[in-house]
Write a protein that binds this ligand. Structure first.
Ligand SMILES: *Cc1c(COP(=O)(O)O)cnc(C)c1O
Length: 382
C-alpha cells in the first residue's frame, strides 16, 4: 500500500475518528498500537455485549468456521434455525427475519408494516434514530442527517417524544406503524415514559397500526432484561422488535422479530438479504444468548448499572438511562470525551454537544467501574 501514510488516507471521511488504532481487547479492556491500556465504556457502541474476545464466543466462532459459513437462504442451516427458535420463544412468539445490521432490521419492519397496511404512514418520535439507509433515515427526524439526501421516503409523521396525547392523535387508520426506541440511544439516552409507550400501544390497538420497538441499541440484556420491552419500567409489548448491535457481541447480525399474527405478512419473494442468517453470525449470536439469557447474568447487569449510576450521581452528575445504558449531561461533552481518551485512557462517547454516553460491555467488573469513576472524577476536577 505504498503512498498511504495516514490511517485515514484510504477511508471516506464519513466519521470523525480519534487518532487511535486499537489492536487488542479483552473483557472491558482495550490496548492501542502504542501499548496503552484503556477501560472501554462504549463497547463498540453498545455492541460488544460480552466484552472483547469472550472465550465462549471465540470458541463458537472457531467451531462454526471449521464446519460451515454460508449456504444462502435457499436452504436452512442449523445455527440459524436454533437462533430463530430461541429469539422467537423468548420474545414475541411469531417469527424472525435475519439481517446484517440495525438499519436493515428497521427496513424489514417498515416493509412488513406496509404489507400489513398498504400505503400506510409511519409515526416516529423527535430524537429518534433508526439508521442510515433511505427508509431508516426517513424515519430518523434529524435535519443534519436528512437534508443533504432529500428527497426521502414519504409518509413519515414526526411527533414529540413526551406528549402521549399528540402521539395518540397522530395514529389513525392510515397509519401502518409507530416506530420508537424504548430508550432513545443516539438521541442522548432518553427513556420514553411508561405513559407514552402505553399511549402508543393503545393507539395501535385502536387503529390497527403496528407498534415497532427499535431495540437495536437497548436490547439483548443492555437494560437488565433480555429485551428492553420486558423491563418492568416499560411493561408494553410491541408487535415487532428490531435487534442488532448486542445480538452478535461484535459480529454483524440483526433481526426483526414479530408476533404470531404477523408471521405470514411478508410472503415469499417480498424481502431478502444474501448474508442474513448466515451460519457464522448465527452461531456467534447463539453463544451470546447462552450467556446473556440468564437470570443471574441479567441481575448482575442491573447491579453493575446501579453501581455506575450511583457513582456518577455522587460526582454531582445528572444521570439518565437504565441498566448499563446510561448518560450524563455535561457542557462540551465532545471535549470531555477526547480528554478522557488521551488523559485517562477511558473510551467514552458524546451523543451530542452536552451528553456523555456510557454503554460498557455487560461483563464489566466492579473494579473497572470504580476505576472508571475515579478517572471521570479526576477529569472533572472532583
Ligand atoms: C445503531 C442503531 C441503528 C442502526 O444500526 P446499524 O447497524 O448501524 O445499521 C438503528 N437503531 C438504533 C436504535 C441504533 O442504535
Amino acid at each position: 500500500m505504498s503512498g498511504i501514510s495516514s490511517p485515514a488516507a484510504a477511508l471516506l471521511p464519513t466519521y470523525r475518528r480519534f487518532d487511535v488504532t486499537f489492536v487488542r481487547g479483552s473483557g472491558a479492556r482495550l490496548w492501542d498500537s502504542d501499548g496503552n491500556e484503556y477501560i472501554d465504556l462504549l463497547a463498540g457502541i453498545a455492541t460488544v455485549q460480552l466484552g472483547h474476545c469472550h472465550p465462549a464466543i471465540v470458541a463458537a466462532l472457531e467451531r462454526q468456521a471449521r464446519s460451515l459459513w454460508h449456504v444462502s437462504n435457499f436452504f436452512y442451516n442449523q445455527p440459524m434455525v436454533e437462533l430463530a427458535e430461541r429469539l422467537v420463544t423468548r420474545s414475541l412468539g411469531g417469527g424472525v427475519f435475519f439481517t446484517n445490521s440495525g438499519a436493515e432490521a428497521i427496513e424489514c419492519a417498515l416493509k412488513l408494516a406496509r404489507r400489513h397496511r398498504p400505503r400506510g404512514e409511519f409515526v416516529v418520535l423527535e430524537g429518534g434514530f433508526h439508521g442510515r439507509t433511505f427508509g431508516a433515515l426517513s424515519a430518523t427526524p434529524q435535519p443534519s442527517k436528512q437534508e443533504p439526501f432529500a428527497p426521502l421516503v414519504p409518509g413519515v409523521r414526526v411527533v414529540p417524544r413526551d406528549d402521549p396525547e399528540r402521539l395518540a392523535a397522530s395514529v389513525d387508520e392510515r397509519c401502518a406503524a409507530v416506530l420508537v426506541e424504548p430508550i432513545q440511544g443516539e438521541g442522548g439516552v432518553h427513556p420514553l415514559t411508561r405513559e407514552l409507550l402505553a399511549a402508543a400501544r393503545a393507539a395501535c390497538d385502536r387503529s390497527g397500526a403496528l407498534l415497532v420497538f427499535d431495540e437495536v441499541q437497548c436490547g439483548i440484556g443492555r437494560t437488565g432484561s433480555l429485551f428492553a420491552y420486558q423491563h418492568e419500567d416499560v411493561a408494553v409489548t410491541p408487535d415487532v422488535v428490531c435487534l442488532a448491535k448486542g445480538l452478535g457481541g461484535g459480529f454483524p447480525i440483526g433481526a426483526c422479530v414479530v408476533t404470531p399474527a404477523l408471521r405470514e405478512t411478508l410472503r415469499p419473494g417480498d424481502h431478502g438479504s444474501t448474508f442474513g442468517g448466515n451460519a457464522l453470525a448465527c452461531a456467534v449470536a447463539n453463544a451470546v444468548l447462552d450467556v446473556v439469557d440468564d437470570h443471574a447474568f441479567l441481575a448482575r447487569v442491573r447491579a453493575r448499572g446501579e453501581r455506575l449510576r450511583r457513582g456518577l450521581a455522587e460526582l454531582g452528575l445528572h444521570v439518565r438511562g437504565r441498566g448499563l445504558m446510561l448518560a450524563f449531561a455535561l457542557d462540551d461533552a465532545p471535549a470531555f470525551v477526547e480528554r478522557a481518551l488521551h488523559e485517562a485512557r477511558l473510551v467514552l462517547n458524546a451523543t451530542g454537544p452536552d451528553t456523555v454516553r456510557l454503554v460498557p460491555p455487560l461483563v464489566i467488573e466492579d473494579e473497572e467501574i470504580d476505576s472508571a469513576l475515579a478517572r471521570i472524577a479526576s477529569l472533572l476536577g472532583c
